[in-house]
Design a protein around this ligand. Structure first.
Ligand code: GUN
Length: 283
């Protein structure tokens, strides 16, 4: 059986580091870092994610605030709020929970977040820094995956990696992070001709497509490393994009769902909030 990559162990270590930094900031600056989340509409998954973010902030004594809009709020109303938060010195991080309701242009909203408050790393400036391999704020889920691979001392240089899913939140930033670490990355998606052919060649397969239990053992090579970003809710149960039970004896390392990448995402958000605090206060 492969080694199970425990999100709890890795995320706890990161949260412990963040907790110490929050305490240091309080002593040194007399301030408490603050994250503000914008939640529009009533998507049940988004409501759960935002609750988890609030709880995680509270546990580490980071201030947090959730500003809610109903699903028929106008783009102008949301933009006005972001512009106020952009100028508010008490707010160190601004996160717009995605997806936004239909009719609202995601780009128009996100681009209003100042670079140094962009905890999600989704503004064009942070995206271009990532593509160039410069220091910046990187989206939380891909960053969590890299930290998890590093924690288990899995080398990336020269490795063949299939990233399955090309979203702005996961697949595309992950492609860049892995490329910057000298991996050979194939970014696969719904139009990939023969997905199995790609994944079977790969040393590491990363699943982020939102299709429950999609990856099976005939799609990986012996000893491959499987990272599962999927969180698919069916009848109150959570399933990943990879079939853990089917894969666990063929993979050398594998992340479970739940208990894998999801825990890392929240810990990275807290860490990015601290990074943003320093970007604003160390000038
Ligand atoms: N929706 C699902 N995951 C995320 C995330 O990491 N950031 C934002 N803003 N929205 C999300």
């Amino acid at each position: 059986m492969g080694i199970i990559m425990e999100g709890k162990t890795v995320s706890s270590a990161l949260k412990e580091k963040v907790k110490k930094e929050v305490e240091e900031i309080k002593i040194k600056y007399g301030k408490t870092p603050k994250l503000t989340v914008i939640l529009c509409g009533d998507d049940p998954a988004s409501i759960i994610y935002v609750k988890n973010k609030e709880k995680a902030c509270a546990a580490l004594k980071i201030d947090s605030e959730v500003i809610r809009f109903d699903s028929n709020a106008s783009e102008e109303e949301i933009k006005k709020t972001i512009n106020v938060l952009a100028k508010d010195e008490k707010v160190n991080g601004i996160l717009v929970q995605l997806p936004l309701p239909k009719g609202i242009n995601e780009r128009n909203i996100i681009e209003l977040i100042p670079l140094e408050k962009d905890v999600d790393g989704l503004t064009s400036l942070n995206v271009s820094k990532l593509v160039r391999g410069e220091e910046g704020i990187v989206p939380c889920t891909p960053l969590g995956i890299i930290d998890m691979l590093d924690y288990y001392a899995i080398p990336l240089e020269g490795k063949r990696v299939s990233v399955v899913g090309r979203s702005m939140l996961v697949g595309k930033p992950l492609f860049n992070l892995l490329t910057n670490r000298n991996a050979t990355v194939t970014l696969c998606h719904s139009k990939t001709k023969d997905l199995k052919e790609e994944t079977r060649l790969s040393d590491i397969v990363i699943m982020a497509i939102g299709k429950p239990l999609f990856l099976k053992e005939d799609m990986i090579k012996d000893g491959a490393i499987v990272i599962d970003v999927g969180i698919n809710r069916i009848d109150g149960q959570i399933y990943g994009d990879a079939d853990f039970e089917n894969l666990k004896n063929k993979a050398s390392y594998i992340t479970p769902v739940p208990g894998g990448c999801g825990l890392m995402t929240v810990a990275e958000l807290l860490n990015n909030t601290i990074k943003c605090f320093y970007l604003q206060n160390r000038k």
